[in-house]
Design a protein around this ligand. Structure first.
Ligand code: C5J
Length: 231
């Protein structure tokens, strides 16, 4: 059964049984001092606003039995999957693989690469390790979603204009209907966060629909059946 979710640019019908929540890169490397985000010159405190809304949404998604998938941006310890141009943009002494307070920066298996404790995946929830910004690039995410018969994605995480947006665009091209609770996303740049959300729902939802966690939780909980024809 489809449920009507209030969103921009208009309410959208979502089938919770075929919906996955994707938590993009809620990693220490982006949300805590001493990691990749800070090494690029950012203030990691600006990402904290997304944590509590993500926790609330995850609680509901798990109660409803939705598929929850987490992603982590990061690289192999030998750096063989780091494009030279990505490495070249890092600050000297704080490049990918350099030692930092949370281990080697953006390297799989290091403390900084892991998801923050307050959003730790539950046993059985897939964690997709990705070398790029988009979660479909060089990963098995699409396979996991298709195997689970997922058609709708609720996309959360950081940062709104980089990895969330990249993933959303990849998902949209692959035919998934994307819903973004804006407060479950965050950016080091407030203006980019708002612009990214505006771009998603512009032109009649060109990349997806934008809502907020309270609305989404309310609508999924109360489950107003969608009038199929209009949507
Ligand atoms: C960035 C990300 N911003 N997860 N990564 O480099 O958005």
């Amino acid at each position: 059964m489809k449920t009507l979710v209030h969103a921009q640019p208009y309410p959208v019908a979502v089938d919770a049984a075929h919906t996955a929540v994707i938590m993009i890169d809620m990693q220490r490397d982006f949300l805590e001092p001493g990691g990749f985000g800070e090494s690029l010159g950012n203030d990691t405190r600006l990402l904290q606003s997304a944590v509590e809304p993500c926790q609330s949404l995850l609680t509901l998604a798990r109660q409803l039995g939705m598929l929850v998938i987490h992603t982590r941006e990061g690289h192999r310890a030998d750096l063989t999957d780091v494009p030279a141009m990505k490495q070249a943009r890092c600050k000297p002494g704080a490049a990918i693989g350099d030692p930092g307070p949370m281990g080697r920066i953006l390297i799989r298996g290091e403390v900084g690469h892991d998801i923050i404790p307050s959003l730790k995946p539950k046993p059985g929830e897939p964690v997709v390790d990705k070398p790029g910004k988009g979660a479909f690039y060089a990963t098995d995410l699409d396979l996991l979603l298709r195997q689970a018969k997922i058609q709708y994605l609720i996309t959360c995480g950081v940062t709104t204009e980089v990895c969330v947006s990249s993933t959303l665009r990849e998902a949209n091209d692959r035919g998934y209907l994307c819903l973004v609770p804006g407060d479950c996303c965050a950016s080091y740049f407030s203006e980019f966060h708002h612009a990214a959300l505006a771009m998603i729902s512009a032109q009649g939802a060109i990349f997806g629909f934008v809502t907020d966690s309270n609305t989404l939780i309310h609508d999924l909980t109360t489950g107003t059946p969608a009038a199929e024809k209009k949507l």
